[in-house]
Design a protein around this ligand. Structure first.
Ligand code: GRF
Length: 206
């Protein structure tokens, strides 16, 4: 049975489009049940709608008065995802730290893509960090989401060589091309039930 995905995003949504393309091409056995954003203006919402996918904006401001606003927000997101029958959550440019309240609702079924070879350059502006560090190679990583930011066990990575003349824009564009290949591949491994987590190590079953 196809893997029921929910995608969380805050921005342009090119990884979402890559996932939808892979589903359409038959290389990813999944379907996107719903796309949720914390930003009303996220371009990814329009891109999802154009592909006939249901989208929901959940406004963080609505939870500001709660005793634990972040957790309350995440419970609302998780509940909505469950209502849509989502089994697996893909973070795709989701610019919000996910709390354990949400992670707990999808144990070992929440993935993120990050534009560096983790554990190098976690957090924001990973491509800029790599250039400023003088790294000769960077890339992208798909990993399980755990409590620490960009810290979960790594599922797969792709390296990208850094050229002397690279700018943040040129490097980001080359990494993004690889992201669009890597994320659907990682999701397909999960859809096939081939990922086995042992501590920090993720094994891929044949
Ligand atoms: C990507 O670079 C991804 O690795 C990072 O945020 C960016 C999202 O891009 N987490 P897009 O919204 O999928 O185009």
């Amino acid at each position: 049975m196809a893997l029921a995905l929910g995608i969380l995003l805050s921005g342009r949504g090119s990884n979402l489009v890559a996932i939808l393309d892979a589903i359409q091409e038959g290389t990813l056995d999944a379907l996107v049940k719903v796309v949720v954003s914390n930003k009303a203006t996220a371009a990814g919402l329009e891109r999802a709608k154009a592909r006939g996918i249901q989208v929901v904006f959940i406004d963080p401001k609505l939870f500001a008065q709660e005793e634990h606003p972040r957790e309350a927000y995440d419970v609302a997101v998780g509940t909505l995802l469950k209502e849509h029958g989502v089994e697996c959550v893909g973070l795709a440019g989701y610019m919000r730290i996910v709390t354990p309240a949400l992670i707990r609702m999808f144990p070992w079924n929440m993935l993120n893509i990050h534009p560096s070879l983790l554990p190098a350059f976690p957090g924001l502006n990973a491509q800029k960090q790599a250039l400023e560090w003088g790294a000769k190679v960077s890339g992208c990583s798909v990993h399980f989401v755990t409590e620490g930011v960009d810290e979960g066990p790594i599922i797969c990575q792709k390296a990208v060589v850094i050229h002397e003349e690279d700018t943040v824009e040129t490097l980001s564009a080359r990494i993004l091309e690889q992201e669009h290949q890597l994320y659907p591949q990682a999701l397909q491994l999960l859809a096939q039930g081939r990922l086995q987590v042992d501590g920090r190590t993720v094994g891929v079953l044949p």
